[in-house]
Design a protein around this ligand. Structure first.
Ligand SMILES: Cc1cc2nc3c(=O)[nH]c(=O)nc-3n(C[C@H](O)[C@H](O)[C@H](O)COP(=O)(O)OP(=O)(O)OC[C@H]3O[C@@H](n4cnc5c(N)ncnc54)[C@H](O)[C@@H]3O)c2cc1C
Length: 436
């Protein structure tokens, strides 16, 4: 099988659910805690967040929300810098937006994911997410689909499949419910990210600079962060003062020498298409995790299908490791991967057949992945004021809110109360290097 035909694994759960059995969430109230009660003696006054993906925007949102309750909010200044002309144009704009409460249970990301799922729910109430960015609980099914072989003409009465999943790829094997409206949900990731940014700008005083690239994080003689260098329009570099910098540039992390010296992040390119069926009203809120057997044989692939409240249907998969271009706008989809996703659509539903549904997008983006598969969230060892948040792989939209809220606590209070960040610390790579 060519690597371009591999599907990224979005971790459909192989173990039984135990969603409510462990009270592990130490999630603070969605209300911003009072700055004066909780702030560290000297929280930084000028903070720059680099990267306008979901991680950078969530961090900027929770930082500014906290600081807006300070006795003198105008003493603090948070700026987000994004190299593209708008935020959420990379993975954070092209992701599926699927959320799960407990699919990361049993691993190091468990508490972060649970806290984030809860925060997504409260943010949706606060920002009218149902209306503004397509937040909604969904039922999630595991569905076997085969491109060849005889389609199932009669359905088992026990089958959970919604009526629109009527394509020729249905098999006699039963679909299984693997998520309910209690523990799985979705957002439109780009609209979510932009809604948070708009709120932070409008109500909490966030400054945003788009279309300019941060070239460097500068430190003083004692190794403490003092500024960032931002590329100027005329080719020069503007130095912007900063007591703290959060580098949240996803798969572009390696472009910062300070990070590259400590750990590596690589990009896994994944593809997606967005289809608009003619009979949009017939598409129900069911997220599908497929086991897709292509007609030419070989191992089954595992694409995902996410209907959105607009009636559009998002389908993703087809991942492979590739070099990442400097500019997110230069990330182009591979035609054979897009063709395969259309074959998936044809096999799943007659509503998604070519000609029946309009193709709204054919796209690709990069998942930010670390060598140990765990996000990196924390302060860089030996560089006070330099924070990093990246490596969220296929769960960045889910884990954005708790990452941002925990990061705000870490920067302003010196430690995060909502989630223990120890497992995510970049120091773990230094310890590993020393012990070799
Ligand atoms: C096909 C696909 C489907 C997915 N589906 C889901 C899903 O259903 N649920 C889920 O939870 N997750 C999903 N993910 C994962 C999720 O999209 C990512 O984990 C998340 O978007 C990563 O966010 P980020 O902010 O770290 O990075 P990005 O979104 O890549 O943002 C990084 C930003 O930094 C900017 N930048 C880079 N360098 C600089 C610089 N020097 N100066 C200024 N700006 C800079 C970039 O332009 C970019 O905008 C999916 C991913 C893919 C690829």
């Amino acid at each position: 099988m060519s690597p371009a035909f591999a599907f990224v694994s979005f971790l459909p759960p192989s173990k039984p659910f135990h969603p409510w059995s462990r009270p592990v969430i130490r999630c603070s109230s969605p209300q911003a805690p009072n700055m004066d009660r909780r702030s560290a003696p000297n929280p930084p006054r000028r903070i720059v967040v680099v990267g306008g993906g979901v991680i950078g925007v969530c961090t900027a949102y929770f930082l500014t929300k906290r600081l807006s309750t300070a006795s003198s909010p105008s003493d603090y200044h948070v700026t987000l810098v994004e190299q593209s002309a708008a935020v959420a144009t990379a993975a954070s704009g092209k992701a599926g937006g699927f959320l799960a409460l407990d699919w990361c249970d049993g691993g190091p990301v468990q508490d972060l994911a649970r806290a984030s799922f809860v925060l997504h729910r409260s943010l949706a109430e606060e920002l009218e997410g149902g209306r503004s960015y397509g937040y909604r609980p969904v039922t999630t099914l595991s569905v076997p689909i085969s491109e060849s072989g005889s389609p199932s003409s009669t359905r088992s009465t026990k089958d959970d499949l919604p009526a629109w999943v009527d394509g020729p790829g249905r098999t006699r094997q039963r679909a299984r419910t693997i998520g309910t409206t209690e523990n799985t949900a979705q957002v439109h990731p780009q609209l979510f990210t932009r809604a948070l940014l708009d709120k932070a700008v409008r109500d909490f005083g966030l400054d945003v600079v788009v279309g300019r690239r941060v070239e460097a994080v500068n430190v003083d003689d004692e190794g403490r962060v003092k500024s960032v260098g931002i590329a100027g329009g005329g080719g020069g570099e503007e130095e912007v003062e900063a007591e703290a910098v959060v580098v949240a540039v996803g798969p572009w992390s390696a472009s910062f020498g300070l990070l590259r010296n400590v750990f590596s992040v690589y990009g896994l390119k994944a593809h997606s298409i967005v289809l608009e069926p003619r009979k949009k009203d017939e598409i129900t809120p069911h997220a599908l995790f497929l086991s897709f057997s292509p007609k030419e044989g070989g191992p089954a692939l595992d694409p995902e299908v996410y209907p959105r409240p607009t009636g559009e249907v998002y389908i993703c998969g087809m991942s492979a490791r590739e070099d990442i271009p400097d500019d997110p706008d230069q990330v182009l989809p591979n035609p054979e991967s897009i063709r395969m996703l259309k074959r998936v659509a044809n096999a799943v539903s007659t509503h998604l057949l070519e000609g029946e549904a309009q193709v709204k997008a054919e796209q690709a983006c990069f998942l930010p992945c670390t060598d140990d598969g765990i996000p990196v969230i924390g302060q860089l060892p030996g560089i006070p004021g330099c924070y990093v948040a990246t490596g969220h792989s296929c769960w960045g939209i889910l884990n954005g809110p708790a990452t941002g809220a925990a990061m705000a606590e870490l920067i302003l209070d010196g430690r995060s109360q909502m989630v223990n960040l120890d497992a995510f610390s970049p120091s773990r790579f230094v310890l590993t290097q020393k012990s070799r």
